[in-house]
Design a protein around this ligand. Structure first.
Ligand code: 4AD
Ligand code: MG
Length: 431
């Protein structure tokens, strides 16, 4: 057989006889002409089999093909403007590599629970493929953005002895007789690293034993967490708006085909650029109450509140300086209103809500101690973290952006579970 090439590379082989290795997505026959769509991971190409031009066994083999059979298809590449990738293959040979009887996912509507049970196979379908390609591009863009700005990537531990956010949603495990948790955040370690490298970011999986079944909660999700020495809360918001705009721009620039497959209205993304509007928490509560909410000052915003605040916006919104009782122990007290922290959330429009949580960190040793004890956390395990305030304390800020929520918004998919290859949800540990 001829050389194997990838579907994405067909343009450089027009007129040549080549082989595509992949999986059968569909077959059809009309009298003496038959078709097969072959997907090789880089794209899909249509093969045309003309009965009188191929060996009998090729024609007969085509008739036996079932969904997801793996094949090597030999053929001549033709430019075909009407075909999806602009090319088709005039088939000259066909080998079956691996059969596929009774493939569970058929071209009909399956319930999403069924599809999630079949996630290892569902990954092959077009919408899932496109969504995860956008995720991969966004992840690469995350690294490029920080690399270009001289940030050092620091890998934070996943097994940790200190609760990173709050005691309510921990996965606990036994660590040789000691209690350990799966990290809810890499932030505390990011803060230590900021004193060594100034501008750093962590990137990795984080874990929350959330007992909520919503479209924006996973129990395992990926977070990027920059932390910068001598950056205040305002500086952090400026970094966030540049960062989020860059991620969107990269997806628009390099994922045109994928966004089209996802039927994403990209005009809604083209307007995403700095500056993002800013609204302080107290004004946000007032606005929500005008809209009929009975939200009390002091409570965190819920998903419906975030949707209401971002209604009609053409870019994300910052809500800043939340009340103490709504947020975590490590945030810096707002000197202008000590009932609040110097912090912000970044809320994506179109109903997606919070994609970033960030803050300036409490850099005063005694106030941080008080924060730890007021939330009922054990001070002993934070002694190393308190050292960062004992030895050359410094103003610093950082934030965490959730990869799946961000990619769900960029792709316009309704649920975060589709934007991670193997989602972990309250009721789902398999596959
Ligand atoms: O707001 P969070 O809890 O902030 C932190 O963890 C800080 N330590 C970050 C920092 O300042 N370094 O989480 C940050 C983001 C959220 O805005 C959201 O995008 C995402 O992480 N996130 C989740 N994504 C999916 N499923 C969940 N259960 C999530 N919880 C948070
Ligand atoms: Mg948050």
């Amino acid at each position: 057989m001829s050389d194997t090439v990838e579907v994405s590379d067909l343009a450089s082989h027009v007129g040549a006889e080549i082989v595509i290795r992949g999986w059968v997505e569909s077959t059809r026959a009309h009298g003496k002409v038959a078709f097969l769509d072959v997907r090789d991971g880089t794209g899909v190409v249509q093969g045309v089999v003309i009965k009188k031009e191929v060996a009998d066994e090729v024609w007969e083999r085509h008739a036996t093909l079932t969904l997801e059979t793996s094949v090597a298809v030999e053929g001549i590449v033709r430019g075909e403007p009407r075909a999806p990738g602009g090319h088709e293959l005039t088939v000259t040979g066909l080998k079956i590599l691996g059969g596929s009887d009774d493939y569970p996912i058929q071209p009909k509507d399956h319930g999403v629970d069924f599809l999630l049970d079949q996630r290892h196979l569902w990954l092959r379908s077009r919408v899932q493929w496109a969504g995860l390609k956008v995720r991969a591009e966004v992840e690469q863009a995350i690294h490029d953005f920080f690399y270009q700005r001289g940030f050092v990537r620091i890998d934070a531990p996943i097994l940790t002895g200190a609760i990173g956010e709050h005691a309510g949603s921990l996965f606990e495990t036994d660590y040789f007789g000691e209690k350990a948790y799966l990290a809810q955040t890499g932030q505390l370690y990011a803060e230590a690293a900021a004193a060594a490298f100034r501008s750093i970011y962590t990137f990795g999986p984080t874990f929350r034993a959330e007992k909520s079944k919503t479209r924006r909660h996973l129990t395992e999700f990926w977070m990027v967490e920059p932390e910068v020495a001598f950056m205040d809360s305002e500086g952090s918001m400026r970094l966030q708006e540049e960062f989020v705009s860059y991620l969107v721009e990269r997806a628009l620039e390099r994922c045109q085909e994928e966004l089209k497959m996802l039927e994403r209205d990209t005009s809604k993304l083209e307007t995403v650029r700095p500056p993002f509007p800013r609204l302080n928490y107290t004004d946000a509560v007032a606005r929500l109450r005008e809209l009929g909410s009975d939200l009390e000052w002091g409570s965190d915003l819920g998903a419906p509140d975030e949707v209401a605040l971002t209604e009609g916006l053409d870019r994300p919104l910052f809500v800043f300086n939340y009340p103490r009782e709504a947020k975590a122990f490590y945030m810096k007290e707002n000197p202008a209103d000590p009932r609040t922290f110097l912090c912000n959330d970044c809320l994506a429009p179109e109903g997606y809500g919070e994609i970033i949580g960030g803050s300036q960190r409490e850099d005063d040793l005694e106030r941080l101690r008080a924060g730890i004890s007021s939330q009922g956390l054990p001070e002993e395990v934070y002694s190393w973290y308190l050292d960062l305030r004992r030895y050359g304390t410094f103003p610093h800020s950082g934030f965490g952006l959730g990869v799946e929520r961000t990619v769900a918004w960029i792709t316009g998919r309704p649920h975060v579970r589709e934007l991670i290859p193997f989602p972990r949800l309250m009721n789902r540990l398999r596959p």
